[in-house]
Design a protein around this ligand. Structure first.
Ligand code: ATP
Ligand code: MG
Length: 192
């Protein structure tokens, strides 16, 4: 069959190819011990609020959501983000909450973290310099533990202490059983 014949059957794309994109976000990515602790909290929260637990290997805290970026710009992004002037810090995740509008059950912070806010601000500043768009709405730090959860009043929970010494860029691949993530690169924060 000729190429135009194949195009008519839909077996190949006709016309100019669309640029490939990847769905990207910066995140805090837990070490194994923190991941296990977060997963235990997810189990506990599920007993209270039901819903579907997030798979342990997907647990993360989103820092900046970029959305679809042309693949051709990814190298500039990987090389452009550097010298983040934030040292390693600790997060005390001690507050479980539920958002009725999207039925997410999450773990977050009862106390504001200045270091986390500074990290998000530094990343946003560098993305602006690189001219790479991102979701600029106010950042609400949380780790999604449950989807489609019934929810209830905010619950105090056993705190998870997370020693944060880096962050990652992640590509999200939507799939039938929920998004799968690929960590594309890790950046370390200075430790004393
Ligand atoms: P799915 O959407 O397939 O249920 P997901 O939400 O885990 O799975 P993505 O939608 O790719 O996967 O989102 C990746 C991460 O970015 C998640 O932590 C999600 O909460 C966050 N996120 C998604 N969209 C936005 C947005 N517009 N602004 C801020 N964060 C976002
Ligand atoms: Mg989503």
């Amino acid at each position: 069959m000729t190429e135009s014949g194949l195009a008519q059957t839909g077996l190949i794309e006709s016309g100019p190819a669309k640029p490939a994109t990847r769905r990207l976000f910066f995140a805090l990515w837990p070490d194994d011990a923190t991941r296990n602790a977060l997963n235990r909290t997810g189990k506990w929260l599920h007993q209270h609020w039901g819903g579907r637990r997030m798979r342990a290997d997907t647990l993360h805290l989103t820092l900046v959501f970029l959305g679809d970026l042309p693949a051709a710009q990814i190298d500039a992004l990987l090389q452009g983000i550097q010298n983040i002037p934030i040292g390693a810090f600790e997060l005390n995740l001690d507050q479980a909450g539920h958002w009725p509008h999207n039925r997410i059950g999450w773990l977050g912070l009862s106390q504001h973290s200045q270091a986390l806010e500074s990290l998000v601000r530094a990343l946003r500043d560098q993305l602006r310099t690189l001219d790479i768009p991102f979701d600029a709405r106010p950042h609400t730090p949380h780790i999604t533990l449950l989807r489609k959860a019934q929810g209830g009043a905010a619950l105090e929970c056993l705190p998870v202490n997370w020693a944060v010494d880096g962050f990652v860029l992640v590509a999200s691949n939507p799939q039938a059983d929920g998004a799968h993530y690929d960590v594309l690169q890790t950046w370390r924060l200075a430790t004393q």
